[in-house]
Design a protein around this ligand. Structure first.
Ligand SMILES: Nc1nc2c(ncn2[C@@H]2O[C@H](COP(=O)(O)OP(=O)(O)OP(=O)(O)O)[C@@H](O)[C@H]2O)c(=O)[nH]1
Length: 224
Protein backbone atom coordinates (compact mmCIF):
# COMPACT_ATOMS: atom_id res chain seq x y z
CA UNK A 1 0.00 0.00 0.00
CA UNK A 2 2.64 2.49 1.09
CA UNK A 3 4.80 1.56 -1.88
CA UNK A 4 2.18 3.05 -4.18
CA UNK A 5 3.05 6.48 -2.82
CA UNK A 6 6.65 6.31 -1.66
CA UNK A 7 9.83 4.48 -2.56
CA UNK A 8 13.25 4.23 -1.05
CA UNK A 9 15.26 6.76 -3.02
CA UNK A 10 18.49 6.64 -1.10
CA UNK A 11 20.17 6.93 2.25
CA UNK A 12 21.58 10.31 3.24
CA UNK A 13 23.86 10.50 6.26
CA UNK A 14 24.68 13.78 7.96
CA UNK A 15 28.05 13.75 9.70
CA UNK A 16 28.85 16.23 12.46
CA UNK A 17 32.51 17.00 11.72
CA UNK A 18 33.23 18.17 15.21
CA UNK A 19 32.30 14.90 16.92
CA UNK A 20 32.30 12.31 14.15
CA UNK A 21 35.85 11.06 14.47
CA UNK A 22 35.36 10.19 18.13
CA UNK A 23 32.22 8.21 17.38
CA UNK A 24 33.61 6.49 14.30
CA UNK A 25 36.66 5.39 16.27
CA UNK A 26 34.72 4.16 19.26
CA UNK A 27 35.65 0.55 19.95
CA UNK A 28 32.62 -1.57 20.70
CA UNK A 29 32.49 -5.00 22.32
CA UNK A 30 32.20 -7.85 19.88
CA UNK A 31 28.75 -8.15 18.26
CA UNK A 32 27.83 -4.60 19.26
CA UNK A 33 27.50 -2.43 16.21
CA UNK A 34 28.99 1.01 15.98
CA UNK A 35 25.96 2.87 14.70
CA UNK A 36 27.96 5.81 13.40
CA UNK A 37 30.00 3.48 11.24
CA UNK A 38 26.89 1.72 10.02
CA UNK A 39 25.21 4.99 9.09
CA UNK A 40 28.24 5.89 6.99
CA UNK A 41 28.42 2.41 5.49
CA UNK A 42 24.80 2.35 4.31
CA UNK A 43 24.77 5.85 2.84
CA UNK A 44 24.33 6.82 -0.79
CA UNK A 45 25.13 10.44 0.07
CA UNK A 46 27.14 11.82 2.95
CA UNK A 47 27.00 15.43 4.11
CA UNK A 48 30.04 16.30 6.18
CA UNK A 49 28.55 19.18 8.12
CA UNK A 50 29.83 21.89 10.48
CA UNK A 51 33.13 22.12 8.71
CA UNK A 52 33.63 25.63 10.13
CA UNK A 53 34.24 24.00 13.48
CA UNK A 54 37.28 21.90 12.56
CA UNK A 55 40.72 22.48 11.07
CA UNK A 56 41.29 21.68 7.38
CA UNK A 57 43.76 18.93 8.21
CA UNK A 58 41.28 17.24 10.55
CA UNK A 59 38.60 17.50 7.90
CA UNK A 60 40.84 15.69 5.41
CA UNK A 61 41.52 12.91 7.92
CA UNK A 62 37.79 12.59 8.59
CA UNK A 63 36.93 12.44 4.89
CA UNK A 64 39.55 9.74 4.33
CA UNK A 65 38.12 7.78 7.22
CA UNK A 66 34.61 8.04 5.72
CA UNK A 67 35.86 7.06 2.27
CA UNK A 68 37.53 3.97 3.66
CA UNK A 69 34.27 2.85 5.23
CA UNK A 70 32.13 3.68 2.20
CA UNK A 71 33.82 4.11 -1.14
CA UNK A 72 30.51 4.22 -2.99
CA UNK A 73 28.68 7.22 -1.53
CA UNK A 74 29.03 10.74 -2.88
CA UNK A 75 30.33 13.12 -0.28
CA UNK A 76 29.80 16.85 0.17
CA UNK A 77 31.04 19.13 2.88
CA UNK A 78 28.74 21.80 4.25
CA UNK A 79 27.91 24.36 6.89
CA UNK A 80 24.44 24.39 8.40
CA UNK A 81 23.56 21.50 6.11
CA UNK A 82 23.48 23.68 3.02
CA UNK A 83 23.69 21.46 -0.08
CA UNK A 84 21.87 21.44 -3.40
CA UNK A 85 18.50 19.76 -3.18
CA UNK A 86 19.58 17.41 -6.00
CA UNK A 87 22.21 16.01 -3.70
CA UNK A 88 19.61 14.63 -1.30
CA UNK A 89 16.56 13.98 -3.49
CA UNK A 90 16.24 11.92 -6.66
CA UNK A 91 19.28 9.90 -5.66
CA UNK A 92 18.10 6.66 -7.23
CA UNK A 93 20.32 4.73 -4.84
CA UNK A 94 18.34 1.59 -5.58
CA UNK A 95 17.76 2.19 -9.29
CA UNK A 96 19.49 -0.25 -11.56
CA UNK A 97 20.42 2.26 -14.21
CA UNK A 98 22.34 4.26 -11.62
CA UNK A 99 24.49 1.38 -10.49
CA UNK A 100 27.01 1.89 -13.23
CA UNK A 101 27.68 5.52 -12.40
CA UNK A 102 27.85 4.67 -8.70
CA UNK A 103 30.51 2.05 -9.12
CA UNK A 104 32.40 4.10 -11.69
CA UNK A 105 32.40 7.45 -9.96
CA UNK A 106 34.58 6.30 -7.12
CA UNK A 107 37.25 4.43 -9.05
CA UNK A 108 39.81 6.99 -8.06
CA UNK A 109 39.50 5.99 -4.43
CA UNK A 110 40.29 2.33 -4.95
CA UNK A 111 44.00 2.59 -4.44
CA UNK A 112 43.76 4.19 -1.05
CA UNK A 113 41.12 1.71 0.12
CA UNK A 114 43.25 -1.16 -0.67
CA UNK A 115 46.16 0.10 1.32
CA UNK A 116 44.14 1.27 4.26
CA UNK A 117 42.05 -1.82 4.38
CA UNK A 118 44.99 -4.21 4.46
CA UNK A 119 46.59 -2.15 7.15
CA UNK A 120 43.48 -1.91 9.28
CA UNK A 121 42.58 -5.50 8.77
CA UNK A 122 45.70 -6.76 10.46
CA UNK A 123 44.94 -4.56 13.43
CA UNK A 124 41.27 -5.50 13.67
CA UNK A 125 41.61 -9.24 13.38
CA UNK A 126 41.68 -11.78 16.19
CA UNK A 127 40.66 -9.41 18.97
CA UNK A 128 37.87 -9.37 21.50
CA UNK A 129 36.96 -5.99 20.21
CA UNK A 130 35.86 -5.16 16.76
CA UNK A 131 37.51 -2.02 15.53
CA UNK A 132 35.06 0.08 13.63
CA UNK A 133 37.67 0.18 10.90
CA UNK A 134 36.67 -3.45 10.32
CA UNK A 135 33.99 -1.90 8.10
CA UNK A 136 35.46 -1.09 4.75
CA UNK A 137 34.86 -1.00 1.03
CA UNK A 138 36.48 -3.36 -1.40
CA UNK A 139 36.43 -2.38 -5.06
CA UNK A 140 37.25 -4.85 -7.79
CA UNK A 141 37.90 -3.62 -11.31
CA UNK A 142 38.85 -6.28 -13.80
CA UNK A 143 38.76 -6.73 -17.54
CA UNK A 144 37.36 -9.98 -18.89
CA UNK A 145 34.22 -12.09 -19.08
CA UNK A 146 32.37 -13.69 -16.22
CA UNK A 147 31.07 -17.23 -16.15
CA UNK A 148 27.52 -16.79 -14.90
CA UNK A 149 27.29 -20.18 -13.18
CA UNK A 150 30.50 -19.54 -11.27
CA UNK A 151 29.26 -16.09 -10.31
CA UNK A 152 25.94 -17.42 -9.03
CA UNK A 153 27.73 -20.08 -6.96
CA UNK A 154 30.21 -17.59 -5.58
CA UNK A 155 27.59 -15.04 -4.60
CA UNK A 156 25.39 -17.69 -3.05
CA UNK A 157 28.29 -18.89 -0.92
CA UNK A 158 29.33 -15.34 -0.07
CA UNK A 159 25.85 -14.38 1.09
CA UNK A 160 25.53 -17.58 3.09
CA UNK A 161 28.87 -17.07 4.80
CA UNK A 162 29.04 -13.31 5.08
CA UNK A 163 25.52 -12.09 4.43
CA UNK A 164 25.17 -10.45 7.83
CA UNK A 165 28.39 -8.53 7.42
CA UNK A 166 27.71 -7.36 3.89
CA UNK A 167 25.97 -4.02 4.09
CA UNK A 168 25.75 -3.24 0.42
CA UNK A 169 27.20 -4.31 -2.86
CA UNK A 170 26.83 -3.13 -6.41
CA UNK A 171 28.44 -4.04 -9.66
CA UNK A 172 28.41 -3.98 -13.42
CA UNK A 173 29.69 -7.14 -15.02
CA UNK A 174 30.58 -8.43 -18.42
CA UNK A 175 29.16 -11.91 -18.81
CA UNK A 176 30.38 -14.57 -21.25
CA UNK A 177 28.18 -15.09 -24.32
CA UNK A 178 26.02 -12.09 -23.51
CA UNK A 179 25.99 -8.63 -25.02
CA UNK A 180 24.08 -7.19 -22.11
CA UNK A 181 25.61 -5.67 -19.03
CA UNK A 182 24.91 -7.65 -15.92
CA UNK A 183 23.96 -5.25 -13.17
CA UNK A 184 24.52 -6.62 -9.72
CA UNK A 185 22.22 -5.17 -7.13
CA UNK A 186 19.54 -7.69 -7.65
CA UNK A 187 21.29 -9.41 -10.53
CA UNK A 188 19.42 -8.39 -13.66
CA UNK A 189 20.42 -7.59 -17.21
CA UNK A 190 21.39 -4.05 -18.14
CA UNK A 191 21.98 -2.25 -21.44
CA UNK A 192 24.16 -3.86 -24.05
CA UNK A 193 27.92 -3.42 -24.38
CA UNK A 194 29.01 -1.45 -27.45
CA UNK A 195 30.89 -3.43 -30.13
CA UNK A 196 34.17 -1.60 -29.44
CA UNK A 197 33.64 -1.13 -25.76
CA UNK A 198 36.16 -2.57 -23.33
CA UNK A 199 34.32 -5.10 -21.19
CA UNK A 200 35.35 -4.21 -17.70
CA UNK A 201 33.79 -5.66 -14.56
CA UNK A 202 33.37 -3.35 -11.60
CA UNK A 203 32.21 -4.45 -8.21
CA UNK A 204 32.08 -2.69 -4.86
CA UNK A 205 31.44 -4.43 -1.56
CA UNK A 206 30.87 -2.60 1.73
CA UNK A 207 30.87 -4.62 4.92
CA UNK A 208 32.47 -5.77 8.11
CA UNK A 209 35.69 -7.74 8.23
CA UNK A 210 35.81 -8.07 4.49
CA UNK A 211 38.82 -10.09 3.41
CA UNK A 212 39.92 -8.38 0.26
CA UNK A 213 42.20 -11.23 -0.79
CA UNK A 214 39.41 -13.78 -0.46
CA UNK A 215 36.98 -11.56 -2.36
CA UNK A 216 39.44 -11.00 -5.18
CA UNK A 217 40.19 -14.70 -5.38
CA UNK A 218 36.50 -15.57 -5.41
CA UNK A 219 35.90 -13.07 -8.16
CA UNK A 220 38.82 -14.37 -10.20
CA UNK A 221 37.25 -17.82 -10.03
CA UNK A 222 34.24 -16.42 -11.86
CA UNK A 223 36.22 -15.21 -14.86
CA UNK A 224 35.50 -17.29 -17.93
N1 LIG B 1 29.03 26.32 13.69
C1 LIG B 1 28.07 25.58 13.13
N2 LIG B 1 26.97 25.30 13.88
C2 LIG B 1 26.00 24.55 13.30
C3 LIG B 1 26.11 24.06 11.98
N3 LIG B 1 25.00 23.35 11.70
C4 LIG B 1 24.23 23.39 12.80
N4 LIG B 1 24.83 24.11 13.77
C5 LIG B 1 24.34 24.41 15.13
O1 LIG B 1 24.49 23.27 15.95
C6 LIG B 1 23.48 23.25 16.95
C7 LIG B 1 22.86 21.87 16.99
O2 LIG B 1 22.24 21.64 15.77
P1 LIG B 1 22.32 20.26 15.02
O3 LIG B 1 23.59 19.57 15.34
O4 LIG B 1 21.97 20.51 13.62
O5 LIG B 1 21.08 19.60 15.70
P2 LIG B 1 20.87 18.13 16.12
O6 LIG B 1 21.64 17.20 15.25
O7 LIG B 1 19.42 17.92 16.22
O8 LIG B 1 21.48 18.19 17.55
P3 LIG B 1 21.84 16.99 18.47
O9 LIG B 1 20.75 16.00 18.32
O10 LIG B 1 21.94 17.61 19.84
O11 LIG B 1 23.18 16.50 17.96
C8 LIG B 1 22.50 24.36 16.60
O12 LIG B 1 22.76 25.45 17.44
C9 LIG B 1 22.85 24.72 15.16
O13 LIG B 1 22.63 26.06 14.85
C10 LIG B 1 27.28 24.38 11.23
O14 LIG B 1 27.49 23.99 10.09
N5 LIG B 1 28.22 25.15 11.87
Amino acid sequence: MVSRYVKLDGVVTMVDSKHAMKHLNEVKPRFVVNESVEQVAYADRIIVNKIDLIADADLEVLKTKIRNINGMALLKQANYGVVDIDFVLGIGGYDLDRVESDVTSNDSHCASHKHDHEHEHQKGDHHDHVHDSAVSSVSIVSEGMIDLDELDDWLERLIEEKGEDLYRYKGVLSVKESDERYVLQMAVRGKTWGPDEKRINKLVFIGRDLDETVLRKGFKGCLA
